[in-house]
Every structure is written in structure tokens, then in C-alpha cells.
Design a protein around this ligand. Structure first.
Ligand code: FMN
Length: 224
């Protein structure tokens, strides 16, 4: 699969099969993150691999917030939407918690803005796309209780939490979320031609690939 196929085929998965992700695939995903660019090549990302029942149970405890109707309706697969809380775990057998070390990342001299979050985000994106190329599903998770995660996982003080990436084989009956997946603005909405007053015009436009399942032994995501 070339890059265009992978980028179009990838879709957020919020319902996972319980089959564990093979160690070789975990290694390949981490390797894809390792080769990400980071500012000054400082590589401030610090990634925790969580795939034991004990640690996944901790994720289940901190991937929850008080009930929020907006998100409960958008992600109708959330485990509990009982007007008390939503649990965004989705049964993932593998979770990467991506942090960055405040003491090693580059800081912009004018703005004082650290590049740590940008670096960690690029790393996560590499990992997400590698996972897709391996037939695995992913969902990027930002909406979780950072304080509780810090406490339960013993995250060092100098590490900032950037997010989580859930990874696994999609459940057999998984379907992309109709409210959020496969919808993108036209290029002219987000891109501009030499001036922000002039939307960039192009006739080149592709629909998202339809996601199906390979009926083969890998049973992962594949392009229709
Ligand atoms: C930075 C970032 C944060 C996200 N946070 C969450 C999240 O907390 N929970 C969730 O279910 N999905 C989350 N998502 C997934 C997005 O909702 C999803 O990527 C978007 O709706 C587009 O759908 P698609 O990935 O299927 O193309 C996040 C995605 C990104 C890039």
C-alpha cells in the first residue's frame, strides 16, 4: 500500500477485537515513531506500552469523565453513557500513552513555546499510520483524566502527557462512526493560494476509501 492508500484507508476504530496485538507489530509501530522528526532531533517523546490486564484496567479507570451529552452522542460506542459518566475504553487490547519530557525538548526563543507537544504529536501520527498499514485499527484519545493517569501509572513529574493511542484489530461488527469519519472539508476551505484572501482551488478530490475487513487470517482493516 502506498502512502495515499494508507492515509485514506485509516479510520478511527472505537470497537476492538480482544485478540492481542503481536509483539512484532508493536515493535514495528514503535520503530515508526522512533524515526519521526523532532525539533533539533531532541526526541523528547516518552512512550508507555500498556497491554497487561492490570494496566488496561487502569486505563479503563482514567479514560472517563463526567457525563457529557455532546460526546456521548457523537461516540455512541462509549462503554457507559448513563448520565453519570462516559467511559472511553472501547475494549482496546493495546494502549500507547505518549508523553514528552519537558527537560529535553526545544523551546522557541521568541514565543517561549515548547515543541514537545508538536514532537509527540508527530510521533503519534507516525505510529497511527504504521498501525493502519499493518491492518490494525487505532483511536487517538485526548479526552481523559490526566491527573488520574499520572497517579495510577506513576508518570514522572517532568513528563507532560500528550495523549493515548489505542490499537487493536477492529471488532468484526465495527463500523466507522457516521458522525465523524470520512468527512473532510474541500481543499478550498482549509488551504489558500499565496494569500489567505484566496482559497486554493483544485479539481483533485477523492472520497475516503470504504473500510472493509479482510476475511483472511489477519482480519484487519483493508481498503475496499
Ligand atoms: C488530537 C486528537 C484527539 C482525539 N481525541 C479523541 C478522543 O479523546 N476520543 C475519541 O473517541 N476520539 C478522539 N479522536 C478521534 C477523532 O474524533 C477522529 O480522528 C475524527 O473524528 C476523524 O475521524 P477519522 O479518524 O475516522 O477520520 C482524536 C483525534 C485527534 C487527532
Amino acid at each position: 500500500m502506498d502512502f495515499r492508500d494508507i492515509s485514506k484507508m485509516r479510520v478511527t476504530v472505537r470497537k476492538f477485537d480482544q485478540r492481542p496485538v503481536e509483539k512484532e507489530k508493536i515493535d514495528l509501530i514503535l520503530e515508526a515513531g522512533r524515526w519521526s522528526p523532532t525539533a533539533v532531533d531532541y526526541q523528547p517523546q516518552r512512550i508507555l506500552v500498556l497491554n497487561t490486564p492490570e494496566n488496561l484496567n487502569k486505563v479503563r479507570q482514567f479514560c472517563t469523565f463526567g457525563y457529557d451529552k455532546k460526546y456521548a452522542e457523537l461516540t455512541e460506542e462509549c462503554d457507559t453513557a448513563d448520565h453519570k459518566h462516559n467511559v472511553y475504553y472501547y475494549g482496546a487490547p493495546l494502549v500507547f500513552l505518549i508523553c514528552w519530557d519537558k527537560t529535553v525538548c526545544w523551546t522557541h526563543p521568541q514565543s517561549g513555546q515548547s515543541s514537545g507537544s508538536t514532537d509527540a504529536t508527530i510521533v503519534t501520527t507516525h505510529m497511527m499510520l504504521e498501525a493502519a498499514s499493518l491492518g490494525l485499527g487505532t483511536v487517538w484519545i485526548s479526552y481523559f483524566d490526566h491527573d488520574k493517569a499520572r497517579e495510577l501509572l506513576g508518570i514522572p513529574e517532568n513528563f507532560e502527557i500528550n495523549g493515548m493511542l489505542y490499537v487493536g484489530y477492529p471488532a468484526k461488527d465495527f463500523k466507522p462512526n457516521p458522525h465523524m469519519s470520512g468527512k473532510r472539508h474541500p481543499i478550498a476551505h482549509t488551504c489558500f493560494d499565496n494569500s489567505f484572501a484566496k482559497p486554493y482551488r483544485t479539481d483533485f478530490f477523492e472520497e475516503a476509501a470504504t473500510v472493509t475487513f479482510r476475511e483472511s487470517e489477519s482480519n484487519g482493516l483493508s481498503k475496499a
